[in-house]
Design a protein around this ligand. Structure first.
Ligand code: RB5
Length: 162
């Protein structure tokens, strides 16, 4: 698979290990940085990875920040992205089996190196189960469309009020 990996400064040390692991597992990795320990804003990195996933430039994304939460909140604003904040083997597995998660969000501060390696491997190797779960994902996609249409209407209203 093609995988985009991005972190903010808190995940800077972990990033190279995750990139290396994904490559060793046979994946093509697009490393979007950050490339130094200088502070950056996690929404910028999350947007970069999430847009690549949404545009199907990559199959999946991995995002790392202090808690994994800010990255997840930001990435899930992009249509088609199903980002999951995982903290153990079970969440890494179930967000693939049940939610067809296409972005894995990890905490650099709260998870150990061995756990992160295991979770990344599980997440990359676990298939989506489909079936009843596919129906639920269709509902999420329909919700996205509803919100998009609502925003569009609102913009049109604003334009005609000018
Ligand atoms: C950066 O200080 C920190 O807020 C960020 O890495 C992340 O934990 C946000 O959710």
């Amino acid at each position: 698979m093609r995988i985009a990996v991005g972190t903010d400064h808190r995940g800077f040390d972990v990033r190279a290990k995750v990139v290396d692991l994904a490559r060793r597992l046979g994946h093509e990795v697009i490393d979007v940085g950050t490339f130094s320990a200088d502070a950056v804003d996690y929404p910028d990195i999350a947007a970069d990875v999430a847009h690549r996933v949404s545009r199907h430039e990559v199959d999946r994304g991995i995002l790392i920040c202090g808690t994994g939460l800010g990255m997840c909140i930001a990435a899930n604003k992009v249509p088609g992205v199903r980002a999951a904040p995982c903290h153990d083997d079970i969440t890494a597995e179930l967000c693939r089996r049940h939610n067809d998660s296409n972005v894995l969000c990890l905490s650099a501060d709260l998870l150990g190196e061995r756990l992160i390696d295991r979770m990344v491997e599980i997440w990359l190797n676990t298939p989506f189960e489909g079936g009843r779960h596919a129906r639920r994902l269709e509902k999420i996609a329909a919700l996205e469309k509803e919100v998009e249409a609502e925003c569009q209407k609102r913009h049109e209203g604003e334009d005609s009020a000018r």
